[in-house]
Design a protein around this ligand. Sequence first.
Ligand code: SF4
Length: 626
Amino acid sequence: MPNGYNGKILRVDLSDRRVWTEEPGEAAYRRYLGGGALALHYMLREMRPGGDPFGPENLLLFMTSVTNGFALSGLNRYSAAGKSPLTGGFGESEAGGWWGPELKAAGFDGIIVQGRAERPVYLWVCDGVAEVRDAGRYWGKLSDEVQAGLEEELGDRRIRVLQTGVAGERRVRFAALVNQLKHFHGRTGLGAVMGSKNLKAIAVRGHSKPEAADPEGARRVLKWFQEKYDRGSDPRHLWGTANGVQALDRDGILPTRNFREGSFEHAREVSGQTMANTILTDRGTCYACAVACKREVEVPELGVTSNLGGPEYETIAAVGSLAGVGDLKQIALANQLLGLYVLDSISTGATVAFAMECFENGLLKKAETDGLDLRFGNEEAVIALIHKIARREGIGDLLAEGVLRAAQRIGRGAERFAMHVKGQELPMHEPRGKRSLALAYATSPTGADHMEAPHDPFFEGLDPQGTSALASLGLLSPVGRMDLGPGKVRVYHYAQKVWSLYNAVGMCTFVGVPIGPVELNRLVDYVQAVTGWGVSLWELLKVAERSEAMARAFNCREGFTPKDDALPGRMFEGLENGALKGVGIDREEFRRALRLYYEMQGWDPETGFPTEARLAELDLTWVTGG
Ligand code: SF4
């Protein structure tokens, strides 16, 4: 591996237990780099539109990147992808942890799984060899038992295990995937896709280290990082992703009670600072990352151990403020259950909050909730619903479908409480106070997604002197967070390319600019040093654009139109409390921003499909058979 990657993708057909290796060639690696971009390269070529996400025809893909497996902090994330059972469109979700680098050390840059096994199986990948094995004893088991069982069966505690949980086995539409019990591919329901294939886990182990084409160049970037980064003053290390809870509350944008409110009376009690002073026992990290933003907590009286880590911001808000729950220990318990069943905490919390609002408005009665009192703030009901959703028991069977389908079945206007875009539940960030999120949620190929671009407060720090982290993109004028005019559309459009690039190379958004310290030009230096390619920032950003255009094309092929680029009606209504009480998004301003964004992206205003010119410019004419 003298240029960072193995040049090999492992192919697996579960229907006949066949495994083989494919070599995409250097051009494909340079055009797509990895992550979602490399996954789309296969999905668009091999998947026919209209397929069943739970059918054997769906592909389940895992893609590392050309720079995974090296020592620069944050650069070891990888993507899972497939057709989403939640949205019916492009399903993709990144994770950190250890599994991606281990897969590369095992000799593969990615895995593509097709077909469906007759009985539960797992995949064992070790040093260039792959084998489909029986997993009957792990089916129906919680994630910690599966992890321990595979370590024992394979006789090696250093294997890395990626698995779907009980929720995935039961095809909960927002079931997640997890590696090493703590690192989640949370979104778009890919755990249910893996469950539908009767594939319980993929265990990997490898002993070959990737080598950089220019080791000295790679070392220079590492040295620069070590001199620049001070962990002792990084809020993400000190207080984790929940470090900003109180600031969000102060600004009136902490999603509360199903997005009715923006301020939560218990914000301080559930903050990262309170966690650090109470239940935190340690800080965890991903492969080779100095930031160590992950949390480990213990709550002995509730049986919460550090085995499954601790709650991130999204979980704290989703099963906390969004459900009106302000007890951090109960949130830690909910977090542990979400990990044991392997559920997406965002969609689970949003679905619980949806059910609570339906209950408070008389659309769900106790007879329909298995006797549960679903008033906001009832923490016992939240815990009970997590069990029920994961096992599809009683009311859980309805809620396991996600808010869009549940609302359709409940009827009587329940849709107005369903906070989703394209069927995926809203993450824990408030578009009414960070306006570019209105564009992000409405147009993301994965449905409502907060990982499309840095959020608006970063755009307020742009400056004409060019000292801001995004200045190398030519972004030199500050834009306010409440702005949704042409200036905001432009900065969002540019900044989105940075996030799309991070996805393709596997860079963590907490480590790259503008949140973290790694500058874009240093990232370019590192990609050059690892691969030996004379790439420029321009070329890398073209990969990002290519990835966005491919995802858009995938969704359009599946039947999505501009009508689907919409927000829940509540986003146009005023918040009920907090600093932004009474503030909603202006529909006309949103419509104009959307139209402008379409033009910047090169999307046809009628069909939503990338234009012929856009596809040609990105060397993607093959997408339409050209
Ligand atoms: S910053 Fe946190 S999530 Fe990102 S790579 Fe480091 S430990 Fe993992």
